[in-house]
Write a protein that binds this ligand. Structure first.
Ligand code: NDP
Ligand SMILES: N[C@@H](CC=O)C(=O)O
Length: 340
């Protein structure tokens, strides 16, 4: 890749909010010469992050699609965002996205692009902390046994604040102010966002056919947790965290999202604030722990930028898993105690 080639490619940005704004800031600060030619927003008169090319703002998606060679989707939602991405992909354009909701819920529509390697979505799971790449890459050298992960920064932040005696609504408002929460924060606190992310991880490493509906049906959030329950968990140094798990059960891979009790010795018990953590167990590699920031403007923009540079260099995006991983013989998954 030459920097000249980067600068000659016209990028179309769908959304310039928390993440889109931070991406423009990173591009400007690094002097990468990336040319953001069109930026789709709802309200062009809103104040924008420094680096957003205000002359490129538009409310017309057709202008963005027609005038751009690579599309970066950071508007969110499963409708228009997905339709625009699919049109761009069908037109032979590479697409970068941080949108786990649309990929989890409309995965089959994206299958041709996934197979072609023209879709990039590292930022969709654990923001700038690697999750998609290892599960679609190096960890495929092992047969998977199970996975447990803290995948929602907003819930992790709220649970940490509840531990200090803060109330739920204040903690959620602060998570929103910090740019962690979804536009509709019920997606965070009801576990749906974590379920979207878990669905992607499960399909990349365990079973490409795992349905969104099956994961959604096994999902619970954190609204019902009381200060007394949180305090009780802390008495022996443990913590309550919202954890997504994939594990073998009854001859199939199962996925669930629910608040669980983590004893102090558990590898995920140290995750605080917006940090996420992913614990993978594979037959040859053993236990692998990946932790880092899982929400917020800059950490997410970091992964989007990395994907964008890959797209500009025509390096392929993550490849889909072709068939379900075999069920491990006689393996007992490590149980986690759900907090009802
Ligand atoms: N925030 C985070 O920590 C993370 C977010 N993500 C994902 O990144 C994506 C973006 O999130 P975030 O930046 O926080 O969201 P924001 O709500 O801050 O930004 C959304 C942007 O999209 C624009 N937009 C939304 N709908 C439309 C529409 N119908 N037509 C035109 N423009 C539209 C908005 O325009 P306007 O500004 O005019 O309102 C805004 O600029 C989401 O998919 C989210 O799940 C992924 C990882 C982490
Ligand atoms: N709302 C999400 C943002 C990142 O995906 C979260 O809180 O984790």
């Amino acid at each position: 890749m030459t920097w000249g080639a980067v600068g000659q490619t016209r990028i179309g940005l769908l959304g310039a909010g928390t993440v889109g704004g931070a991406l423009c800031e990173l591009i400007a600060a690094r002097r990468l010469g990336v040319q953001v030619a069109h930026v789709l927003v709802r309200d062009p008169d809103k104040p924008r992050a420094a680096g957003v090319p205000t002359a490129a703002l538009t409310t017309d998606p057709e202008e963005v699609l027609a005038g751009s060679e690579v599309i970066v989707e950071l508007m969110g939602g499963t409708g228009l965002a997905g339709d625009l991405m699919l049109r761009a992909l069908a037109a032979g354009k590479r697409v970068v996205t941080a949108n786990k909701a649309v990929l989890a819920e409309r995965w089959d529509a994206f299958a041709p692009a996934l197979a072609a390697g023209t879709l990039y979505f590292e930022a969709a799971v654990m923001a700038g902390t690697p999750a998609v790449a290892p599960l679609a890459g190096v960890l495929r050298g092992s047969r998977p046994l199970e996975l447990h992960a803290i995948l929602n920064g907003t819930c992790n932040y709220i649970l940490g604040e509840l531990e200090t005696g803060a109330d739920f609504e204040t903690a959620l408002a602060e998570a929103q102010r910090l740019g962690y929460a979804e536009a509709d924060p019920s997606l965070d606190v009801d576990g749906v966002d974590a379920a979207h992310k878990l669905t992607l991880l499960a399909r990349l490493a365990f079973d490409p056919e795992l349905s969104w509906e099956a994961v959604r049906a096994n999902t619970r959030g954190i609204r019902h947790l009381t200060p007394a329950v949180i305090k009780e968990a802390m008495e022996d140094g443990g913590r309550i965290r919202l954890v997504g798990s994939v594990y073998p059960e009854g001859g199939a891979w199962r996925a669930a999202v629910r608040p669980v009790y983590l004893p102090p010795s558990h590898a995920l018990a140290g995750s605080a604030s917006n940090r996420n953590g992913l614990l993978f167990r594979g037959d040859a590699v053993g236990e692998v722990l990946i932790t880092g920031a899982g929400a917020g403007a800059a950490p997410t923009a970091s992964a989007v930028l990395a994907d964008l540079l890959d797209a500009l260099a025509a390096r392929p995006g993550p490849s889909p898993l072709r068939a379900a991983a075999p069920q491990p013989d006689g393996y007992e998954a490590h149980p986690l105690g759900e907090i009802k």
